[in-house]
Design a protein around this ligand. Structure first.
Ligand SMILES: NC(=O)C1=CN([C@@H]2O[C@H](COP(=O)(O)OP(=O)(O)OC[C@H]3O[C@@H](n4cnc5c(N)ncnc54)[C@H](O)[C@@H]3O)[C@@H](O)[C@H]2O)C=CC1
Ligand SMILES: C[N+](C)(C)CC(=O)CC(=O)[O-]
Length: 472
C-alpha cells in the first residue's frame, strides 16, 4: 500500500512514520529544504517507540521517498494525507489538484484541527477530515468527518495501521476532541493572564490528577464513579448547580497580545527550556509507551486498540521449533547498564510460555473453563546483552509433555540471530477450582503429545538441566 503525505512537519512527519512502520511505502511532498532532516528525526523517534508497544513484531518497514511532482504521486497513492499549515486558502490550493489526480478509491484526508469538510471542499475537492493527535505514530485517535462511504473506507485502513477511527456524526468546527482541548486551553490562558497560576502549576494540576484518570476512563465514566453508589444522577445533582456559578470563562477569550504571548512563552521556557524539543519528545514517547502498555493489560482505552492490532500482526513462518515470541525490545525494558534488564528476560519467556499454551489449546477459553498450568520452576541463563529497539525472537522446545508435566526450553535470540538467553521452565497442570494438580483435558494432552514426540527427535538443547554455576 502507498501513502502520500503533503506537508512533512510535526503532523505529516507523524503520519509518515505511522504508515512506514506499518509496512506502507510513503512519499512525502514538502517545499521546506529542511523537511528531509526533520522527517528523519521524527521517524527516528517513532522507530525507538512504536514497536515497543507490541509483543509481536510489526511488518517490515516500507520505503520512504520525497516527491516534487504532486500530480504523479497522487495517481499512485491509496491514502493521501494533507498536513499543511492550518490556513484555509492553503488547504484549498493543495486539495484541489489532489482531488483531480487521485485514484477514485484513494482516501484524501486532511489533518485539519478545525475546518469542516464543507469548508475544505468549497472549491470542488473531495477530502474528508482525518484529524490525528500528536504523536501520530503512537496515539491511536483519528477523528473522521465527511462522506459516509469515504469515512467507512478510511476507517478500515486506519484500523489496519493500529489507529482508532472515531467517525463524527455531524460536521462542526474543531470536531470533538479539539473543542474539549480548546476549552481547557482558553481557561489556562486566563489563569496565567490573571496571575492565578503559572504554566508549570497548570501542568501539575493536570498531570498529578485528572490527566491520569482521563487516559483510562475519559470524562463521563470517571464522573459516574465520582457520583458514588448512586452514580451519574447523584453526580449531576451535586455538581449541576455549578453550571450557573462563575466556574468558567469559556467564550470570554483573553486578548491575544504580545504581552500574553511573552508571558506564556517565558514561563514555558523556564519550566521546560532545559530540555530540547527532541528530548521532550523522547521523554513523552517513553511515558506514553509505558502507560499504553499498562492499559494493554486490562484492554482499556488505547490498550484495547493495541490488543486488537496485535492480533492482526503476522506471526513468524514455520520452523523446526515453534516461534513463541517475535517482538521489539521497548525502551522501558532497559536499565542503568543500558541493556535489557534481567527481569524482562523472564517476562519475555513467560509470554512465550503463554503462547505455547495457546498452541496446545490451553488458551483463554480453556482457562475460563477452570484448568490451567502453573509454573513451578524457572532457570534463566543470560548469554548476550540485548538492547532497546532490537528484535527479539523466541523458540520453544518441549523437553517433557506428558501427564501433568510441561517442561519447556525457551531460547531467546537477538537481532543478529545469536542466542541471547535460555529459559528452562517447569509447569504443572492444575484444576483451578481445587488449586491442585490434575491431568489436562484430552485435547490438550493430544496436542502436547504431538509436539513432545516431534521435539524428542531433535538434538536436546545444550544447557538443559544445567545447575547454577560459572560456565566452563
Ligand atoms: N501540531 C499539532 O499538534 C496538530 C496539528 N494538526 C493539524 O495538522 C496540520 C499541520 O500542522 P503541523 O504539522 O503542526 O504544522 P507544521 O508547521 O509543523 O508543518 C506544516 C508543513 O507543511 C509544509 N508546507 C507548507 N506549505 C506547503 C505546501 N504548499 N505543500 C506541501 N507542504 C507544505 C511546511 O513546510 C511544513 O513542513 C494543520 O492543519 C494542523 O491544524 C492536527 C493535529 C495536531
Ligand atoms: C493544538 N491543536 C489544536 C493543533 C491540537 C490538535 O489538533 C490535536 C492534538 O494533537 O492535540
Amino acid at each position: 500500500m502507498k501513502a502520500l503525505i503533503i506537508g512533512g512537519g510535526v503532523i505529516g512527519g507523524g503520519w509518515a512514520a505511522r504508515f512506514l512502520l506499518n509496512g506502507w511505502d510513503v512519499a512525502v511532498h514538502d517545499p521546506d529544504p529542511e523537511a528531509e532532516r526533520k522527517l528523519g528525526e521524527a521517524i527516528g523517534n517513532a522507530r525507538r517507540s512504536l514497536p515497543g508497544l507490541y509483543d509481536r513484531a510489526l511488518p517490515p518497514e516500507g520505503t520512504l521517498t520525497f516527491e516534487d511532482d504532486l500530480a504523479r504521486a497522487a495517481k499512485n497513492a491509496d491514502w493521501i494525507q494533507e498536513s499543511v499549515p492550518e490556513r484555509l486558502e492553503l488547504k484549498h490550493k493543495v486539495l484541489g489538484p489532489l482531488s483531480e489526480n487521485a485514484a477514485t478509491a484513494a482516501v484524501i484526508g486532511s489533518s485539519t484541527s478545525g475546518f469542516k469538510p464543507s469548508e475544505l471542499n468549497a472549491n470542488g475537492a473531495r477530502a474528508i477530515v482525518a484529524h490525528p493527535f500528536n504523536p501520530v505514530y503512537l496515539l491511536p485517535l483519528v477523528e473522521l468527518v465527511g462522506d459516509a462511504d469515504q469515512t467507512a473506507h478510511a476507517s478500515n485502513l486506519l484500523k489496519s495501521i493500529g489507529m482508532f477511527p472515531l467517525t463524527v456524526r455531524k460536521e462542526i468546527d474543531a470536531h470533538i476532541a479539539d473543542r474539549l482541548l480548546e476549552a481547557v486551553w482558553r481557561e489556562s490562558l486566563w489563569l496565567v493572564k490573571d496571575g492565578v497560576a503559572t504554566t508549570e502549576e497548570i501542568d501539575e494540576a493536570i498531570r498529578m490528577g485528572f490527566g491520569i484518570r482521563w487516559a483510562q476512563m475519559g470524562l463521563f465514566e470517571t464522573y459516574r464513579i465520582a457520583g458514588g453508589e448512586a452514580g451519574m444522577k447523584h453526580f449531576m445533582a451535586q455538581f449541576g448547580p455549578a453550571l450557573a456559578w462563575p466556574w468558567t470563562k469559556l467564550m470570554d477569550v483573553p486578548e491575544f497580545t504580545d504581552e500574553l504571548v511573552d508571558l506564556i512563552a517565558g514561563q514555558s521556557d523556564s519550566q521546560s527550556g532545559h530540555l530540547s524539543i527532541r528530548e521532550l519528545e523522547r521523554l513523552r514517547d517513553d511515558n506514553l509507551v509505558g502507560m499504553m502498555r499498562a492499559l494493554k493489560k486490562t484492554g482499556t482505552g488505547a490498550g484495547g486498540i493495541l490488543v486488537q492490532h496485535e492480533q492482526q500482526l503476522p506471526t513468524a513462518g514455520p520452523t523446526a521449533l515453534p516461534v513463541t515470541g517475535d517482538r521489539v525490545i521497548p525502551q522501558s525494558w532497559t536499565d542503568y547498564n543500558g541493556h535489557m534488564n534481567e527481569t524482562h528476560y523472564l517476562e519475555a519467556a513467560a509470554a512465550a510460555t503463554d503462547r505455547f499454551m495457546e498452541m496446545i489449546g490451553a488458551d483463554a477459553e480453556y482457562i475460563a473453563g477452570g484448568r490451567s498450568y502453573f509454573t513451578v520452576e524457572n532457570h534463566i541463563c543470560y548469554l548476550k546483552e540485548l538492547l532497546a529497539g532490537e528484535r527479539l525472537t523466541i523458540t520453544t522446545q518441549v523437553l517433557k509433555g506428558s501427564g501433568k508435566t510441561l517442561h519447556l526450553f525457551h531460547t531467546l535470540y537477538g537481532s543478529k540471530g545469536t542466542a541471547a538467553a535460555t529459559v528452562e521452565t517447569l509447569l504443572l497442570h492444575v484444576d483451578l477450582t481445587t488449586r491442585k494438580t490434575a491431568l489436562p483435558g484430552p485435547q490438550v494432552q493430544a496436542r502436547l503429545a504431538e509436539y513432545a514426540d516431534a521435539h524428542s527427535r531433535l538434538t536436546p538443547p545444550s544447557g538443559a538441566g544445567r545447575r547454577v554455576g560459572e560456565r566452563e
